[in-house]
Design a protein around this ligand. Sequence first.
Ligand SMILES: NC(=O)c1ccc[n+]([C@@H]2O[C@H](COP(=O)([O-])OP(=O)(O)OC[C@H]3O[C@@H](n4cnc5c(N)ncnc54)[C@H](OP(=O)(O)O)[C@@H]3O)[C@@H](O)[C@H]2O)c1
Length: 323
Amino acid sequence: MRAVYAESINSKDPLAGLVVGERPDPQAPEGWARVTVKAAALNHHDVWSLRGQGLKADALPMILGCDAAGLDEEGNEVVVHAVINDPGFTGADETTDPRRSLLSERYQGTFAETVVVPRRNLVPKPEGLSMVEAACLPTAWLTAYRMLFVRGGLRPGESVLVQGVGGGVSTALITLARAAGLRVYATSRSEDKRARGLEIGAHEVFASGERLPVKVDAVMETVGRATWEHSVRSLRPGGRIVISGTTSGPQVDDAMLTHVFFLQLSVIGSTMGTRDELDALVQLLHSTGARPLVHAELPLERAREGFEQMVAGDQVGKIVFTL
Ligand SMILES: NC(=O)c1ccc[n+]([C@@H]2O[C@H](COP(=O)([O-])OP(=O)(O)OC[C@H]3O[C@@H](n4cnc5c(N)ncnc54)[C@H](OP(=O)(O)O)[C@@H]3O)[C@@H](O)[C@H]2O)c1
């Protein structure tokens, strides 16, 4: 079958190991389902994999991709949940399984004609969501949903700062926060991206690092080093930072620990989400009409172009491959 996979790992030149080619058709073990992929979205995770973070050399060749929407064996339209639990895990929150993995780490990913996943990982796709829109949800959008409403515990009427506009998670954060009745502030390095931020739901946008006119209830962080200090300074006393990524690097110059204790701030980690949270996210989009911002839709054969755009940081919203 046609697939986009990592043949080798290269921390400096991640696209050197990227191949668009042929891989064997996968077999579904007992209790797993075969999904005919119609659309699959790119995440920064796929670039990290090519750099060797989260993907080990002994797992190569590995089909990349965490996100997909498609058809199950009965022809039902489904969204694929990307978190694969250890078969022995019995806890209530699958994101706390220490042996969990994401598709494309231990099990072959979604950038292919067919992907196999545990049957419970399938979530019904409503008709009103296109395959391309649905394919955006399992990683970036689910991460944003959990950051805002589960780990962040945000309620309508509260205020939130989203660091960055262009990323898949940040566009999702802005759109979902607005749909849920929050006051939304966002920062971006680019004037064009700030304008897009306003279009997708931010009330006010600022240059990265610019002082906000108010102190917010919560900050959503995926940038890390480049924005950390600004995030801490932007919070009201008792506010919280929810962090799920460190695109600009994890080693901050100043962790602002004095601010953290004196203002009684909370720093909360967040990772992906559960299958039921993905189901709730799908329903939230269905009922509010909010939709993912799609930067580019490319046939799977042109996946390399999508990877190049992500490495360059040019995109605003999701890059989706179609089959
Ligand atoms: N924990 C999880 O479960 C999970 C799930 C999904 C993603 N993540 C992580 O979350 C991060 C975001 O992923 P993504 O897929 O949304 O794509 P991405 O391409 O990594 O997003 C980049 C974002 O970071 C901002 N940014 C990058 N460098 C910056 C800098 N030097 N200064 C200020 N802003 C900067 C960009 O904002 P502007 O271009 O607008 O300035 C953009 O919004 C990644 O690190 C990813 O690994 C984690």
